[in-house]
Design a protein around this ligand. Structure first.
Ligand code: FE2
Ligand code: FE2
Length: 224
């Protein structure tokens, strides 16, 4: 743990919340491998950036982003064992595709080891790999920041997804989930049922939005 900073910064940023963030960073730097730690910082900053754009609580966004992968400190096998040991709930599908289990373990760690009690932050950590229908603003921000953070470079569609994320979070969810399902289908990977439900939910929003646009353009033409 870092010692508490008591001197005010030039912009008065040395708040209790910031001291907590500094102590979490120090801890994660020791617990995670260097690239995972860099990714966690990058997701945290991306969460704050999206939070500023979409009117979400900045402190919650920073904390949820920083801790989202705190469970990814062990191999999948060990994480499965830890989940069983601590009575952490997971589905049979998650046991079959244990790469997602670090989210369940991470939400447990955030609550029991890092002392996070805010259910919204814990839920954002829990659903950051699978998504779910009707996500809260913070849940969508963490899920999307994890995909678009500046150090990501694998997905072909990143430039357009990044631009979209600052305009429409629901449409961004649809695009990311669609790409994820297509990828898993190509690789014959296991699809978590909750990810499928999340896709169906955001696909429906996408269809409604598209229909609204067609109808409003029809109205404009008939007015002309
Ligand atoms: Fe993750
Ligand atoms: Fe991540």
């Amino acid at each position: 743990m870092v010692s508490k900073i008591t001197r005010e910064g030039t912009d008065g940023i040395m708040t209790e919340a910031f001291n907590l963030i500094l102590s979490y960073r120090k801890n994660l730097e020791m617990k995670l491998d260097p690239m995972r730690y860099e990714h966690s910082l990058s997701v945290s900053y991306s969460c704050m950036s999206l939070a500023m754009c979409h009117g979400c609580d900045l402190e919650k966004a920073e904390l949820a982003g920083l801790l989202h992968d705190c469970g990814k400190r062990y191999s999948d096998d060990i994480i499965l064992k830890k989940c069983k040991k601590h009575g952490i709930l997971f589905s049979p599908e998650e046991e079959e595709a244990p790469a997602v289990l670090h989210a369940n373990y991470g939400a447990w760690l955030a609550k029991h080891k890092y002392g996070v009690s805010d259910p919204e932050i814990l839920s954002a950590i829990l659903y950051h790999t699978t998504g779910k229908p009707e996500m809260t603003l913070l849940e969508k921000i963490v899920y999307i920041a994890d995909y678009i953070e500046p150090r990501r470079n694998k997905a072909d569609n990143l430039p357009s997804i990044r631009a979209l994320a600052y305009k429409d979070l629901d449409e961004t969810m649809y695009r990311i989930l669609k790409g994820t399902l297509e990828y898993l289908d190509r690789k014959s990977g296991k699809i978590d049922p909750i990810t499928l439900k999340a896709f169906e939910y955001y696909q429906e929003l996408h269809r409604k939005q598209a229909l609204k646009q067609v109808m409003s353009s029809d109205e404009e033409e008939s007015d002309a």
